[in-house]
Design a protein around this ligand. Sequence first.
Ligand SMILES: C[S@@+](CC[C@H](N)C(=O)[O-])C[C@H]1O[C@@H](n2cnc3c(N)ncnc32)[C@H](O)[C@@H]1O
Length: 274
Amino acid sequence: MSDIKSLSADYFDSKSEEYTNDYYLNQQTHPKWARQKSIVSFVRKYLQSSNTKILDIGCGPGLLEEDLSNLSYKGIGMDISKEMIKLSKQRAQSKGFNESWEFVCGDCEDTRLEPESIDCVIASGVIEYMPEDNKMLEEVNRVLKVEGLFILNVTNVFGVSTSLNRLSHYLKGIPGVMRLADFVKIRLLESNTKAKRLSFIPRKHIPSAFIKNARRNGFELLDDVYQGFTLLPAPFDQIFNKLIGRKFIDLERLNNTPLRVLGASYLVCLTKKA
Ligand SMILES: C[S@@+](CC[C@H](N)C(=O)[O-])C[C@H]1O[C@@H](n2cnc3c(N)ncnc32)[C@H](O)[C@@H]1O
């Protein structure tokens, strides 16, 4: 496996519970919930029937499957991390959607599924952990039926919120800086978990270039939404909001304006061309 791919697989394997708690279960206002809601909206809008098969690659802890199963959708959740698959199986069992969703360990660049066997592929927060896009796009194209849906997001290189990611990654490598980051997170932001430093930097995309490449790989754009708007880059936005005691303003409506290009996440609904 190439570097970013194996490093991220190990990371999610070792942090499966922390990821689930920090980004979802302990934070009902985290932007990942908004992303999940938009994915469900695209499925409801563009997937004609619930009698179809969905494949969620990089399914993580299976929270999206829980929402989709409540709407009678069924399919396969796939993840390279055994620990994530263990969590999603436990969730499916405890929430009663283990009959409609199967969870398997697998690689989104080589799923081993039958060609043209899937109606809708979802990849939420996954492509940035691949060394490049084409292998995954080719594999998704192979397993999708003609006119099937491909819903995925990329991290926007022009996003305000994520613009200091690379700098903060390097700063956190300086001795003592992680302790400062922990202080900011735990004391100022009142988080119950310490700051994180990954051993790799997830990729970002130029949205227009991504769409151009998706077209070259046999997809057409049906719909899109920019999300994750902030006035300042992280962590300054969270600190600012904490200091004034609330979220300054709800910026998500910027998606309906030309400033949408400043959203941190670009979620698209593509369709496989005939
Ligand atoms: C940021 S998490 C996203 C989880 C979930 N989709 C969500 O939206 O919260 C990325 C997930 O992709 C998985 N992943 C990373 N590389 C993968 C690969 N090559 N094939 C399948 N899953 C992969 C990780 O194990 C992790 O669970």
